[in-house]
Design a protein. Structure first.
Length: 102
């Protein structure tokens, strides 16, 4: 789980948000995420999006993160939380059991 100190620190970029999410997952979760089909990933996004919006305060004043999401946004997705989740998926695309988060 994200500890109290990390909760107070709002991510300012899509990469920071994705890295924060990844750092909170167990290896089994990382493996599952890396092997998901597009349909499974879309279902996950539907369930996780409200949590991300609240946890990262995307709509409650985290302007830096919101701006970063819109800068990286493809026209296909207008939801900032989905942009973050897509980045997580991208980071896991070549997952082989080891993930270095800087």
């Amino acid at each position: 789980m994200i500890d109290k100190k990390e909760r107070c620190r709002k991510p300012r970029t899509v990469n920071e948000a994705a890295e924060l999410l990844l750092s909170d997952l167990l290896i089994q979760h990382l493996r599952s995420l890396s092997c998901m089909t597009e349909k499974e990933f879309n279902l996950l996004c539907d369930h996780v999006t409200p949590y991300l919006n609240e946890e990262f305060q995307i709509w409650q004043g985290n302007h830096d993160l919101l701006e970063s999401c819109y800068r990286q946004n493809s026209e296909e997705f207008d939801n900032p939380a989905r942009v973050i989740l897509n980045r997580v998926k991208e980071m896991l695309s070549n997952f082989n059991g080891f993930l270095v988060i800087t």
